[in-house]
Design a binder for this molecule. Structure first.
Ligand SMILES: CCCCC/C=C/CC(=O)SCCNC(=O)CCNC(=O)[C@H](O)C(C)(C)COP(=O)(O)OP(=O)(O)OC[C@H]1O[C@@H](n2cnc3c(N)ncnc32)[C@H](O)[C@@H]1OP(=O)(O)O
Length: 358
């Protein structure tokens, strides 16, 4: 049976009474609403910086030429499904409520004044896809405004993260490889800017090996806890690339230029104990007790007065911010060129065709 205009209007009123269904569902609702009321997407694509409007546009545009009546019916069905699941969710355990929906590559939870952002592609060693870069930025922006006192980034599975997902380089737009390098440099710059500007204490719980950009940005965290199983590897020369995440500045400052050069130029892999001795890691915990010890520690820290922690962070970090933004811009510019080099193309192709691993 087709949904009438009245059914549609009633669904529009009902949706306002629902609990927040999460970003993914909100995007579906938005797209169906636009399609049902205006037909196929008829507005210009928003710019790459305009994350939210671009996500909305993508969702609407993805509906193609779906007829208005079908979109109206799908909207009514979706709202009806949400209403019944929200009725039954009043009996759901509190843990389920703590999980914030709407992320595909992350699990984001808020509990005990701690927002935990967990990279969640364990089968791919938490390699960071374009979508994951965007979701981490959204999660950080949300965490900067929520009522948590501290924010933690960690990984699901045996890896913390294997760094940039090398298949990001295969998705070449019709405008060509130069355009891909340009948009990747913009994404990289935006991503690192979010860490530079993050206003609350930011902690990395490095649960396993870390590679590439997941290592370099550690210099922008306030505290880094590592499992004894973690390693820290920035094989930029092997990949025909160059440092990012402000590591060209933070690493020499943290560990001295000679140690930083071994990591950033020669790709020396550090154990957790070495990274701790060199100041990149705050403390190493035995892998068998890592989760228990880290979360006990963080729960205690999260009870400290949040404004005092935020202001202390500002005092420590603010004078460097402008410099860090300039360094980030320069590193991204240099990488944009590197990504077009034969050295980089060959290294990525060798990995993707299974000829090479780190
Ligand atoms: C917007 C762009 C911004 C760019 C910013 C730039 C950042 C620079 C970097 O981050 S450089 C670092 C890039 N990372 C790597 O080069 C790591 C590549 N991966 C490996 O060498 C290995 O996978 C490993 C050493 C991390 C783990 O080896 P292991 O043998 O234990 O496991 P597998 O290789 O079988 O991995 C399981 C599956 O995961 C896929 N995978 C792992 N890492 C990546 C990755 N970085 N990119 C893409 N895919 C990755 C791997 O291919 C396996 O997939 P499969 O099961 O489908 O075969």
């Amino acid at each position: 049976m087709r949904a009438s205009q009245k059914d549609f209007e009633s669904a529009l009123s009902q949706v306002k009474l629902l609990k927040d269904p999460g970003n993914e569902v909100k995007l579906k609702l938005y797209a169906l609403y636009k399609q049902a009321t205006e037909g196929p997407c008829n507005t210009p694509k928003p710019g790459v910086f305009d994350l939210i409007n671009k996500a909305k546009w993508d969702a609407w545009n993805a509906l193609g030429s779906l007829p208005k009546e079908t979109a109206r019916q799908n909207y009514v069905d979706l709202v009806s499904g949400l209403s019944s699941s929200s009725d039954s969710s009043s009996q759901v355990k509190p843990e389920a409520d703590r999980k914030q929906r709407g992320y595909e590559t992350l699990v984001v939870t808020s509990e005990d004044s701690i927002t935990k952002i967990m990279m969640n592609r364990p089968a791919k060693k938490n390699a960071i896809t374009t979508q994951m870069y965007n979701e981490i930025m959204l999660a950080l922006k949300a965490a900067s405004k929520d009522d948590s006192a501290i924010t933690v980034l960690t990984g699901n599975g045996d890896y913390y993260s294997s760094g940039n997902d090398l298949s990001n380089f295969t998705d070449i737009p019709p405008e060509g490889i130069e355009e891909k390098a340009k948009s990747s440099a913009i994404l990289l710059r935006d991503f690192v800017d979010c860490f530079i500007d993050f206003p609350k204490p930011l902690i990395a719980a490095v649960n396993g090996p870390a590679v590439g950009i997941s290592v370099t940005i550690l210099g922008l965290f306030d505290t880094v806890y590592a499992s004894s199983r973690a390693t820290f590897h920035t094989p930029f020369s092997h990949l025909g690339q160059s440092p990012e995440g402000c590591s060209s500045y933070t690493f020499p400052k943290i560990m001295g230029p000679a140690k930083a050069a071994e990591m950033l130029i020669f790709g020396k892999k550090l154990t957790a104990a070495e990274a701790c001795a060199q100041g990149l890691v705050s403390e190493v915990f035995p892998d068998s007790t890592f989760q228990k010890e880290v979360w006990t520690r963080l729960k205690a820290y999260s009870k400290l007065p949040p404004n005092a922690m935020r202001i202390s962070k500002q005092v420590i970090r603010n004078r460097e911010k402008e410099k860090l933004h300039a360094i980030n811009a320069e590193e991204s510019r240099v990488l944009q060129e590197r990504w077009l080099s034969d050295e980089c193309t060959n290294a990525v192709m060798n990995f993707l065709t299974r000829k090479a691993k780190l």
